[in-house]
Design a binder for this molecule. Structure first.
Ligand code: KG4
Ligand code: ZN
Length: 333
């Protein structure tokens, strides 16, 4: 019954989790509020806050799991992709802890871990399945043949879906990160109020930079005519933006599902917390006869539980790294 300690520090969440035999015993996530004042994550500040948070987060994860640190059999950590300074804190901690406790180390790809979050809990997709992984930095359609046999069949050519949401919210004067706030206001608005363009990109790839510019010009034009435009129409603007981003994502996902003849369809990454996207997936699932999988909210945004579960499956394969491992800002599958 392997007990795995998972460590995540790729962006602005410091997280530690403990899983025993694939069952999650704890998942501690320390958010960083310091970036709100800057409208985005400041890498230098993020790594400093990770340094402050990492030991308390790990201690809390061990306490909540009701285990002793000597019960841990391996340390899994995010090696990349992410902010190098942030990754360095988690990687250094994992190496030091493993050295002190004489434990094996397991390096994890953050984007694979978002996909493997589906293996926490009872409801698991069957291989092969498709996973739409949408976060602040990535937008990918992943063909998942096995736990560590994944292929990116579609990706964004420019901005990520989360980035488009965060940049839109910045233009609307909302604090960072804007995705959850757009979600909140969208529930109160009319998604048909304003029409934004759907980019025509070949295959299963995405583009969000044209949409981002269209939204910016739309806000600038309307605000020039009526300075109170955003304030008076915030729910309708959020609902319309969210609807367009969701249809762009789901149209490509549907195209891929039909081409590959796959019926098990999953969502992952921070943007999969979005209410409109979750509802849209359910509706598409009913229409096309898909088995849909959406992670629990705490496993959508960055968390160490997904690192611990990925570490568990690598542990079963005997796939370990060593003390010479270094973080990677960019890390292919
Ligand atoms: O996976 P994640 O936590 O971090 C990265 O690896 O990037 O994703 C963060 C992204 C941000 O862009 C944030 O605005 C978005 O997820 N997000 C949401 C929601 N919750 C988080 N976007 C839309 N609706 C939400 N409820
Ligand atoms: Zn992420």
């Amino acid at each position: 019954m392997p007990v795995i300690l998972g460590i995540e520090s790729s962006c602005d969440e410091t997280s530690a989790a403990v899983c025993a035999d694939g069952v999650m015993l704890s998942n501690i996530i320390a958010n960083q509020t310091i970036h709100e004042a800057y409208g985005g994550v400041v890498p230098e500040l993020a790594s400093r806050v990770h340094q402050q948070n990492i030991i308390p987060a790990v201690q809390q994860a061990i306490n909540n799991a009701k285990i002793h640190k000597n019960d841990i059999d391996a340390v899994a950590f995010t090696r990349g992709p992410g902010l190098l300074g942030s990754l360095l804190v988690g990687v250094s901690f994992a190496k030091a802890f493993a050295l002190a406790q004489n434990l094996p180390l397991i390096d994890i790809n953050h984007m694979q871990a978002h996909v493997l979050a589906h293996f926490i809990g009872e409801q698991k997709p069957a291989f092969p399945f498709l996973c739409l992984t949408v976060s602040g930095g990535h937008t990918q359609i992943v063909l998942v043949r096995d736990y560590f046999d994944m292929e990116i069949i579609g990706h964004t050519q420019d901005d990520a879906a989360g980035e488009a949401l965060d940049k839109t919210s910045k233009v609307l004067g909302l604090p960072y990160p804007g995705g959850p706030l757009i979600d909140k206001y969208a529930r109160l608005g009319n998604p048909e109020a304003y029409q934004f363009p759907e980019p025509q990109i070949p295959g299963y790839n995405f583009s969000f930079s044209g949409l981002k510019t269209a939204i910016l010009y739309f806000i600038q034009k309307n605000t020039a005519q009526n300075p109170g435009f955003v304030q008076q129409n915030l729910p309708d603007i959020c609902a319309s933006v969210e609807k367009r981003i969701v249809t762009i994502l789901l149209n490509k996902l549907t195209k891929a599902a039909q081409a590959y003849g796959i019926k098990d369809i999953a969502l992952a990454g921070g943007v999969s917390a979005n209410t409109g996207l979750r509802q849209g997936l359910q509706q598409a699932g009913e229409k096309y006869g898909w088995n849909c999988f959406v992670p629990k909210l705490e496993y959508c945004t960055d968390n160490a539980a997904m690192i611990a579960i990925a570490g568990y499956y690598k542990f079963l394969k005997g796939d370990f790294t060593n003390q010479h491992v270094a973080p990677l800002a960019r890390m292919p599958f």
